[in-house]
Design a protein around this ligand. Sequence first.
Ligand code: SF4
Length: 255
Amino acid sequence: MPDVTSRLVADPVGDPAATAPDARRLAGLDELVSRCVACPRLVAWREEVAQVRRAAFRDEEYWGRPVPGFGPEDAAIGIVGLAPAAHGGNRTGRIFTGDRSGDVLFRALYDVGLASQPEARHRDDGLTLHRTRITAPVHCAPPANKPTPTERDTCRPWLVRELALLRPTLRSVVVLGAFGWQALMPVLEQTAWQLPRPRPKFGHDAHVELPAADGGAPLHLLGCYHVSQQNTFTGKLTPAMLRGVLEHARALAGV
Ligand code: SF4
């Protein structure tokens, strides 16, 4: 692994591929993720953003570290995005918390009964999710929201382990956007499910049932346009469309 200096991570963990399989519980995995420094470009970027800050958040202390998944160990529904936002998750330390995309997502989760409150402002705001876990294939905020293929692949073992730990209860996954969809395919294969050939294509409302490779329950994979402002401000993704996919995932998961 490259030699990376981090201002904010005092006790970094090693290569995710070697470290992630050791996690026995989600809480332990989340703690390990938050100490990862495997991608030099992303470590530099997340910490620079945390130092420079946006004017509106000048007086806040940014998290500036990898942002782990969020949600209970018995999640039956997974939500997979892209990566934390520079001034959202990278600021607050909780995925989708404190940015416009999160405003849309948590409102919809609340409306369909999967979140305890409609807003997510900071890590200690009391928000809980019901049988739902939100995560991402890349745990650090990338410049221009574009992780490189190497960064995506380096981060993959964290998500493989997360899905393996959720495996006993996980029944449906909503993927927000094409990047998450593509990134998730090898993760699913490495965890417990079989993918058809050719691989299923991303689309809003796409639905594929993946048979289990381990004799367990199948997984329902659902596509949804990303909750980015680009989609929600233009009406490409409306609150009703998002609620529709979440309700479908909920029904398929039997929640
Ligand atoms: S993107 Fe993933 S692998 Fe890279 S530094 Fe962040 S947590 Fe580690």
